[in-house]
Design a protein around this ligand. Sequence first.
Ligand code: OAD
Length: 246
Amino acid sequence: MERLPVTDTTHVLVLTGAGISAESGIPTFRDAGGLWEGHDVREVATLDGFVRDPLLVWRFYSQRRAALDGVVVNPAHHALAALEARLGERFLLVTQNIDGLHRAAGHTRLIELHGDLMRSRCSRCDRPPFEDRSVYRPNVAPMCGRCRAAGKDALLRPDVVWFGEPIDRGHLARIEAFVRAAGRSLVFLAVGTSGLVEPAASLVDAARTVGGHSWLVNAEPPANAARFDHVVLGKAGTTLPALLAA
Ligand code: OAD
């Protein structure tokens, strides 16, 4: 079994997608039986869809919150947390997942690129996003409450990034700085992601530009597989602990 080449100077940037949580029992998006099979992305994961039918969107996210009940981290999450503990500042994890499992595994050097399922924010005012584990009843679209003081209440929305919405510039700047500082000592590792959604899908090119090496662990070859130096096919829960064994 191959090992990720990690020396005393190696910097590791990890990108994860839904595949890393699959063995915790959370469905991915694009696999058979995945979340996008039963739902139209435009209806439940865009701002237009939310404006058209907030009840439908909240039903979708409330179901996803309910589905997280009792879900626990798997050996792939633990293997990455152990790598962070080993490397400290030479490690950064970027996840597209909103399930909070990397945080539950103990990561602190973590960027949740697409937000957090268990947070909400106002769709209008600048009140900071707040923890919200509520599973709303199907006919309830939750309201901000604080906007009411200004005379007109506004809908709450999940604190997630929808299609067509920008990624937090601070997140992108932090990733860029990490890649630049690492230079040729960078090892980029993508796990469980289909390589179809930007900007995550192009992180592999950023790593290549600075002379780093790129690795991919995925159940099957994703759309951008040809852009990686090393491809390891297999389930993350078994493959990753072996690849990252100290
Ligand atoms: P996808 O569902 O597109 O891809 C999941 C990938 O994980 C696939 O390539 C699978 O082959 C692989 N996979 C499945 N089970 C696995 C396992 N046990 N071990 C390793 N790999 C496995 O999910 P993402 O790439 O995360 O965005 O999707 C990216 C973004 O598109 C999501 O964050 C979401 C979605 O639409 C938004 O909602 C904005």
